[in-house]
Structure formats: structure tokens, C-alpha cells
Design a protein around this ligand. Structure first.
Ligand code: ZN
Length: 98
């Protein structure tokens, strides 16, 4: 063993990646969430899947079938927010044991 961290230490202090270990998945998700919830306003709801489709996707996601809709979520803030809301409701229902 060479002490890899000691070798790299002096070189990386200047450009230390802030999020390497501490940037958890939850934090990343939180970031993506706040970003996506505002980045793509779509007041006319152009190209949006119906609410029932978002519900179905949240309850029983099927990757191949939902590919288009889930892609849409990454480009449409209103749908993304709605989907998050549905997921939160589902989680609450599950937590309540129903
Ligand atoms: Zn949409």
C-alpha cells in the first residue's frame, strides 16, 4: 500500500471536489427537484400526459411504457411537480399502511 491519499493530497487541495463524499443522493435529488420544479415552466401544458397517466406511472412504473412520459417530466415543471405530489401521496398512503 502506497498511501494514495497522501500522494494526491497536495495536488487536489486547490480544486477539491466539494461534493465527492458529502453530496449524498438525497441532496442531489433535492437539488434536481428544486431545479426541475422551476426550470421548465409550461403554463399551457403543451404535450403533457393526462393526470391519470402520471398516477399510473407513479403507482406502477413500467420503464418501456412510461419512457416518453418520464422523459417529459424532465422537461416540464408542472408535470414534474404533479408527479412529485402523487409520489408523496403514495408514500403517505403506504406509510399509513393502506
Ligand atoms: Zn407536462
Amino acid at each position: 500500500m502506497w498511501g494514495r491519499s497522501q500522494q494526491w493530497g497536495p495536488m487536489t487541495t486547490k480544486e477539491k471536489p466539494e461534493f465527492n463524499d458529502e453530496f449524498s443522493e438525497a441532496e442531489f435529488f433535492g437539488f434536481a427537484k428544486s431545479y426541475l420544479s422551476e426550470a421548465f415552466p409550461n403554463p399551457q401544458r403543451v404535450g403533457c400526459p393526462p393526470d391519470s397517466e402520471l398516477q399510473r406511472m407513479a403507482e406502477q412504473p413500467v420503464e418501456t411504457r412510461d419512457a416518453a412520459a418520464s422523459q417529459h417530466l424532465t422537461r416540464c415543471s408542472p408535470c414534474f411537480n404533479r408527479y412529485m405530489e402523487i409520489l408523496a401521496n403514495l408514500r403517505r398512503r403506504k406509510a399509513a399502511g393502506q
